[in-house]
Design a protein around this ligand. Structure first.
Ligand code: 5GP
Ligand code: MN
Length: 339
């Protein structure tokens, strides 16, 4: 199916809508922020006002993205966020496949009469929750997919530099700086075009990856030194952080972004997990190599999902019980996935 067949419909929706809201998932990452801000900048270049609404705040190393400062944080101003959603004509749902991923905004989005457009690259979108769907699991990132949409919506008026930077930040972060989910030339062709639109790739990399706090680096050190378990015979490694760890290292959101990947960087490790103790649950990140399906694992055992090689989940047991449950599942999972 041609995923771009509904471009004319999207174009007329944008033209007709006076109140456009751009939404993304809880704990927004580089792709969520990059794609949302690119929408905002693009709509502004068409003379359209819009409002970005985030379920909660986003990491400090993404604050440089021009336009991100206009985002409304729902957890700090729920009434205002709900009012925007209720009165919107058009809701652009970015980088999530199910309304369960927008936290407390789910209810108001369900009730809103606005047309809901999905722009996303996750598998198994909840199709009945949206009116118009642009979903492509082949895209490295939602930002990449959005670039494809924009160049088809207004070929005569593609992205400006601010939108191009936001899109690049989304692609770069969702591919681990072009190390996964981008083994096709389309991603690189798009990056080449973004360079034509005036982005500075070196500066963007510096902003995102070389602006960490000392606390963040020391928390990573603690994690690798004191909180890492490796099972060579199971080709699996995991790490965890307790509430006390987070407090001791003055954790701020974003500080553990990417930590799980270090477990997967160990030679011969093919499956990795990272557990983090939150207020009312344990959040888990899973990463896997090749055909090993960690989406299925997260979905079956830990109330989550995601992609084949990167997924997330939740546990409502305590951290010891959660880790015990995880460890017990490993040999069967290894057998089933043949690794
Ligand atoms: P992360 O480990 O970075 O939080 O998440 C990895 C991937 O899994 C992301 O692409 C994210 O969209 C997806 N993901 C994370 N948590 C959940 C979840 O609870 N449910 C589903 N369906 N996907 C998730
Ligand atoms: Mn994404």
């Amino acid at each position: 199916m041609d995923i771009f067949q509904h471009i004319p419909k999207l174009k007329s929706l944008i033209e007709q809508s006076e109140r456009i809201v751009i939404l993304t998932h809880y704990n927004p990452d580089g792709d969520a922020i990059g794609s949302s801000v690119a929408w905002y900048n693009y709509l502004q270049s068409l003379g359209k006002d819009s409002q970005i609404i985030l379920p909660n705040d986003f990491p400090q190393n993404l604050k440089w993205i021009k336009g991100s400062e206009t985002a409304l944080l729902a957890n700090q101003n729920m009434e205002k966020a709900e009012a925007f959603i209720t009165h919107a004509n058009l809701l652009i749902c970015n980088d999530f496949q199910s309304l369960s991923r927008i936290d407390k905004l789910e209810d108001s989005v369900r009730k809103s009469e606005a047309i809901k457009v999905l722009v996303d690259h996750h598998i198994e979108p909840d199709v009945e929750q949206f009116d118009l769907i642009f979903s492509n699991t082949e895209s490295s990132s939602t930002a990449e997919l959005l670039f494809e949409l924009i160049t088809r919506l207004t070929p005569e008026k593609p992205v400006d530099t601010a939108a191009a930077e936001a899109i690049y930040a989304g692609i770069m972060t969702d591919t681990g700086s072009f190390s996964y989910s981008c083994n096709h030339k389309r991603t690189f062709e798009i990056v080449a075009k973004l360079i034509d639109f005036g982005i500075d790739t070196r500066r963007i990399h510096e902003e995102v990856y070389n602006t960490f706090s000392e606390d963040r680096m020391r928390l990573l050190g603690h994690c690798l030194t004191n909180r890492l378990t490796v099972f060579p015979e199971l080709a699996t490694a995991y790490m965890y952080l307790t509430k006390e760890d987070l407090r001791d290292f003055r954790y701020v959101p974003g500080d553990t972004e990417g930590v799980v990947n270090y477990a997967l960087s160990i030679k011969d490790i093919k499956f990795a997990a990272f557990f983090i103790e939150r207020e009312n649950r344990i959040r888990i990140s899973f990463r896997s190599q090749g055909d090993i399906d960690c989406n299925e694992f997260a979905k079956t055992y830990f109330n989550g999902g995601g992609h084949r090689n990167a997924s997330g989940g939740n546990s409502f047991e305590n951290i010891q019980e959660t880790i015990q449950k995880f460890e017990k599942l490993l040999s069967e999972f290894k057998q089933k996935n043949n690794f």
